[in-house]
Write a protein that binds this ligand. Structure first.
Ligand SMILES: CC(C)(COP(=O)(O)OP(=O)(O)OC[C@H]1O[C@@H](n2cnc3c(N)ncnc32)[C@H](O)[C@@H]1OP(=O)(O)O)[C@@H](O)C(=O)NCCC(=O)NCCS
Length: 618
């Protein structure tokens, strides 16, 4: 009857969702294999075109196969003129990744092989997308910079052609080779966020254009492909190698991440980062200048980040593929705005291979199906009939007040409230015990002691906690609050009720009959409650003196504002006046509040909600 405490695979770390023939990552060892080939071998010996062929067809091409594949790419390079004129009309402030994403979706209108459901047709579409993406990236960059787009040069290879369309001059062999290797390194990386996005979209039966444009959106995020240009910006902020230490420490102190460091899968240096580091070192030896400064600052950034991470989290953190890319791209005169679009130009090879595998599995030991994970509902729950629906006319007072509060807080009033803070203690979900039940759960010798962190007078607690077991699930670590009462009583939030699988009455009703059963398991024994489980309302305890000072009356509804971006406003708080209490907000936490607020936060009281006006207390 009682389910295990639920363990969610947030981020799907380590959850296998498919069979794949495309890519193997050995995160602990720092190895990456594409279709069985070590990334180091591919970077040393292959071209990007060969790696794309390998991804799309499963094998490295023969000479003839490669030639005809290169021709297929060249013959697909033309962009529909309508798309170019669309780019010309697009606002130059549009982020390049958004332009790419929307262009990809629009290209679906210029392909009559779409939707045939045949692997060969879809592979042709993949080749067409791979051929056209660099044209869009470079055309957009030039349009954005008030220059005319440059048509592809059909005599050039993929990498040289990209640099040619960007700069208007044919790159040296060395420049083309460096760029080619960066493309190889970014071409494929298994079930990362963007690839998974592409596969999820493909699993619905949507076409390749939809999958790839979705993947582009996913890659644009700063924790994914967007990290490379942030590495560049970090280096520019650091300015001097000698400032790296202070910069990194500040970043950690502010709870921000160091871009280009860390990886969800690698637990050592990303093998691609090693290759890019060697390339950057080589460029520094030959070119010096900006590349040298960027390289040295990056190395210092790594050293300090690793030291600080070890000190703060007691574990290692390592460079990822985005770290040294900034130095390499900059030395090729590539503007920072293009770092992530170039990543896209390369990764599209992996995405399309994955979409083909999703749609036409090569070894279907696990047949792909439409992705459909599940989530545990922890939101509002008012019992089997749902919450009482209020007509809009009855909602107006409350929402107008809420709106007013939001508006006031976003502008000048925040300053006013700063002077009128009240100490806030958040009470966790808790239970009040009868003496007999207390001894049953904790043993005869256990005692309740005053708890310093509780500011209510005459409040006691036990160091140990109990577990509540409902028909649906359990909630662990529930605190006991004293003094003892005649009857044992559990106070929980609505979401707790939902987790446990029960629907108790609210505290205001005072009616504890017919509450559903909950088991309470303590260190020494267990009891079963068939009544006494209640939903606790949010309330503030206030002494009559404080109430007078604040001009607030018993049962008045007020709101409380908390500082900080996550805290926000809690309205509909009831004031309870009692001779024994100091002013104290006593919030029975649901998960949302628990996350948003920390015990000891200072809050400001906002009165007169119902009248549509406010007055901070004085
Ligand atoms: C890539 C990334 C999203 C992986 O995140 P992840 O899978 O959650 O990482 P882990 O599980 O190994 O580590 C998570 C912890 O390390 C911290 N951490 C991870 N990378 C960090 C970084 N670059 N800087 C500072 N702290 C970092 C997190 O804050 C978190 O700390 P917490 O557990 O105290 O909350 C993360 O390392 C990151 O944001 N890196 C910077 C962005 C980047 O370079 N992305 C490109 C990846 S190729």
């Amino acid at each position: 009857m009682i389910e295990e405490h639920s363990h969610k695979s947030t981020g799907l770390r380590g959850v296998e969702v498919a069979d794949t023939n495309i890519c193997l990552i050995e995160g602990e060892k720092g190895n990456l294999f594409i279709r069985g080939y070590d990334i180091n071998e591919l970077a040393r010996n292959s071209t990007y075109e060969e790696v794309v062929y390998l991804l799309l067809y499963g094998n490295l091409p023969s000479f003839d196969q490669l030639e005809s594949f290169k021709n297929a790419i060249i013959s697909n390079q033309d962009l529909p003129p309508q798309l170019i004129s669309h780019l010309q009309k697009t606002s130059k402030n549009t982020p390049s990744m958004s332009v790419l994403q929307s262009s990809l979706a629009l290209l679906a209108g210029y392909n009559n092989e779409i939707g045939t459901g045949k692997r060969e047709s879809d592979r042709n579409i993949a080749i067409r997308i791979i051929a056209r993406l660099p044209i869009i990236v470079t055309a957009w960059e030039r349009i954005r910079s008030n220059k005319e787009p440059i048509a592809p040069n059909k005599n050039l290879k993929y990498a040289s052609n990209f640099l040619y369309m960007l700069h208007g001059s044919i790159p040296t062999d060395e420049e083309a080779r460096i760029f080619d290797v960066t493309l190889i390194l970014h071409a494929e990386h298994s079930f990362n966020a963007s690839t998974f996005t592409a596969r999820v979209i493909a699993s619905t039966g949507a076409d390749l254009y939809a999958s790839i444009s979705g993947a582009i959106g996913s890659l644009s995020g700063m924790y994914h492909g967007g990290a490379n240009h942030l590495v560049y910006e970090s280096l520019m902020e650091i300015k001097k190698v000698s400032s790296a230490e202070e910069w990194v420490k500040n970043r950690f102190n502010e709870g921000k991440r160091i871009m280009g460091m860390g990886h969800a899968v690698y637990k050592t240096t990303d093998p691609r980062a090693k290759i890019l580091k060697e390339m950057a070192a080589d460029l520094v030896r030959r070119k010096g200048g900006l590349a040298q400064w960027m390289y040295e600052t990056t190395n210092k950034l790594v050293e300090i980040t690793q030291k600080e991470f070890k000190k703060r989290k007691n574990r290692g953190i390592y460079p990822n593929v985005d770290l040294y890319g900034a130095t390499v791209y900059t030395s090729l005169n590539i503007p920072v705005e293009l770092f992530t679009p170039i990543f896209t130009t390369s990764r599209v090879a992996g995405w399309t291979a994955h979409v083909l595998e999703e749609k036409y599995p090569e070894t279907p030991t696990v047949k792909p199906v439409i992705y459909r994970p599940s989530a545990e509902y922890v939101g509002r729950y008012c019992g089997p009939l749902g919450c009482e629906y209020q007509p809009i006319s009855q909602r107006s007072t409350q929402s107008a007040a809420g709106e007013l509060v939001k508006r006031l807080v976003t502008d000048e009033l925040t300053k006013v409230f700063d002077d009128h803070l009240i100490p806030v203690s958040l009470s966790a979900r808790h239970i009040h015990l009868s003496k007999a039940d207390f001894h049953k759960l904790f043993g005869e010798k256990a005692v309740l002691t005053p708890l310093n962190s509780l500011t209510q007078p005459k409040q006691y607690a036990c160091k140990e906690v109990v577990d509540l077991i409902g028909p649906k699930r359990a909630i662990y670590g529930v605190r006991i609050l004293g003094p003892f009462r005649d009857e044992t009583q559990v106070e929980i939030s609505r979401s707790d009720g939902y987790v446990l699988g029960i629907n108790p009455p609210t505290r205001q009703s005072g009616d504890l009959r017919d509450t559903p059963g909950v088991h309470i398991i303590g260190p020494k024994g267990a009891i079963t409650l068939d009544k006494g489980v209640i939903f606790a309302a949010r309330h503030i305890h206030m002494s009559p003196k404080d109430a007078q000072r604040l001009n607030v009356s018993d049962r008045q509804i007020v709101a409380v504002q908390f500082p900080g971006t996550r805290a926000g406003i809690l309205d509909e708080i009831m004031v309870r006046i009692h001779p024994d209490y100091n002013l104290e907000l006593h919030l029975d936490l649901d998960e949302g509040n628990a996350l948003a607020l920390n015990t000891g936060e200072m809050g400001s009281l906002i009165l007169d909600l119902k009248e549509g006006s406010y007055s901070p207390f004085r």
